[in-house]
Design a protein around this ligand. Structure first.
Ligand code: NAD
Length: 426
């Protein structure tokens, strides 16, 4: 391995390795939680590993080496319990047993204590009660079915991140994923909005189905902090939806550099940052879950496939997003990470279009983008008439595309239009 690629097996990296190992044994997207620092007593049934045994040099704290120690320790644990074979034991007991707590030590000092269970609430309860009873792996994902009604099952129990999830398309995605059984991290610069939505979702689903976190996707330190908190809170990730986006319409002859940069920083650079940190997370998880497919999905736009008059900053950033999607897909396929973009047509119902103060209908009316339009209704009618299916894109239209992309294991680097026939691929 190249020296530059050596990464430290810190508590976050260990969380990902452990979750990966569990995914790999049971093909189930477990939630993993870390005890607060300072816990020392090792629970009796815990799987305890030392990633820096005294006989090795400090450089063995390398993550790759830690993954090997973890895997070896797990195999030894299985053998100790069932020397005749874990599979035979699983059949006899009606389900394979695995430890629910993993303690990671660094030269005899406890570095982290990790609790694993089927969903967020169960994992939290287990950590708080220090309940180290063994888990039974009798859970499994629903088998793949090919009718649309069951398509949503591909996200059941998975952990999904939705950026810009506090309102609009992102909020619809967060609500829908939660309703389909996923645990959704709603990350937004509008933390208050994310919190309000999470409370609504959790009340509706009667479980912890949504967790709000703050992020500015255009700021690397903020994105880094988001992923660190996410790993600490739920142990890893399966689906990353990069949805946060902004639009400031403006003529190339008039738009200020300030406005152009504002749009580009969020829509283009923001996607790079989210994909970078999601990619790093997924790569670590992949070390111990090599067969698990993960998804990075950019909510792009119809404007990423065709020019948009007096809207160059937006269309340019979205075109660029597809370039990033294709390039990242080529690189990350090595880690079983799929990278795809969804290109919705105009989503008239959300605040981006309909906000009475700064929505696009008002903006386009003011900038004269629609010739002859005198009222907002004229602008709307103009845009609807341009769609072969004569209506705007809706939340369910976007969700069908998301479920398709996740279910489809044999596709990456694609930009999928959801435009009512307005944009057709060449
Ligand atoms: N509305 C449409 O017609 C339409 C059509 C195609 C594609 N899209 C794309 O869908 C995505 C969502 O659009 P929408 O219409 O729901 O927008 P919206 O303005 O209603 O919501 C965007 C969300 O992103 C958040 N956000 C903005 N900047 C952020 C930042 N720097 N960091 C974190 N969060 C930030 C906002 O707080 C808000 O909650 C965007 O990427 C947009 O380009 C929208």
């Amino acid at each position: 391995m190249e020296r530059a690629e050596r990464r430290r097996a810190d508590p976050a990296a260990m969380a990902l390795l452990i979750r990966g190992l569990y995914i790999n044994t049971g093909r189930y997207p477990w939630v993993l939680m870390q005890s607060p620092p300072g816990e020392t007593g090792i629970p009796q049934e815990a799987l305890s590993i030392d990633i820096a045994p005294a006989r090795y040099d400090a450089h063995y704290l390398d993550i790759e080496y830690a993954a090997k120690i973890l895997q070896d320790a797990y195999t030894a644990w299985e053998f100790d319990r069932a020397p005749a074979g874990a599979e035979a034991a699983a059949r006899a007991e009606g389900g394979k047993k695995v430890p629910s707590c993993v303690v990671v030590k660094e030269a005899d000092r406890v570095q982290g204590m990790y609790w694993i269970d089927q969903d967020f609430d169960a994992a939290k309860k287990r950590m708080e009660a220090k309940n180290d009873t063994l888990l039974t792996e009798n859970v499994s994902l629903a088998p793949l079915r090919f009718d649309v009604a069951h398509r949503a099952e591909v996200v059941k129990n998975k952990i999904a991140l939705v950026t810009g999830g506090a309102q609009g398309i992102g909020a619809f995605i967060a609500q829908s994923l939660a309703a389909s059984g996923a645990l959704v991290v709603i990350a937004d610069c509008n933390l208050e909005g994310a919190e309000t939505l999470a409370v609504q979702i959790n009340a509706k689903e009667k479980r912890t189905a949504a967790i709000p976190l703050a992020v500015n996707v255009a700021d690397e330190a903020s994105v880094d902090a988001l992923f660190k908190t996410l790993i600490k809170t739920v142990g890893g990730l399966d689906i990353c939806i990069s949805n946060a986006g902004v639009l400031k319409a403006g003529s190339v002859l008039e738009q200020s550099l300030h406005d152009f940069t504002f749009v580009t920083d969020i829509n283009y650079t923001g996607f790079f940052l989210i994909a970078k940190y999601a990619g790093l997370l997924f790569r670590e998880q992949h070390r111990t879950a090599p067969h698990w497919k993960t998804d990075i999905i950019q909510i792009n736009s119809k404007s990423g496939l065709e020019g948009s008059n007096r809207n160059g900053a937006y269309a340019g950033g979205k075109f660029g997003g597809i370039g990033l999607t294709k390039s990242f897909a080529l690189e990350l396929v090595d880690y079983n990470i799929k990278v795809n973009a969804i290109c919705p047509g105009n989503f008239f119902d959300g605040p981006l279009w309909s906000d009475p103060e700064k929505g696009l209908f008002v903006q386009y009316l003011r900038t004269g983008k629609v010739p002859g339009a005198k009222h907002i209704a004229d602008v709307k009618a103009y845009y609807e008439a341009r769609v072969p299916m004569k209506r705007g894109c809706t939340g369910p239209d976007v969700m069908r595309a998301i479920y398709y992309i996740i279910e489809q294991e044999y596709e990456t680097g694609q930009a999928l239009p959801v435009t009512g026939g307005q944009v057709m691929l060449h």
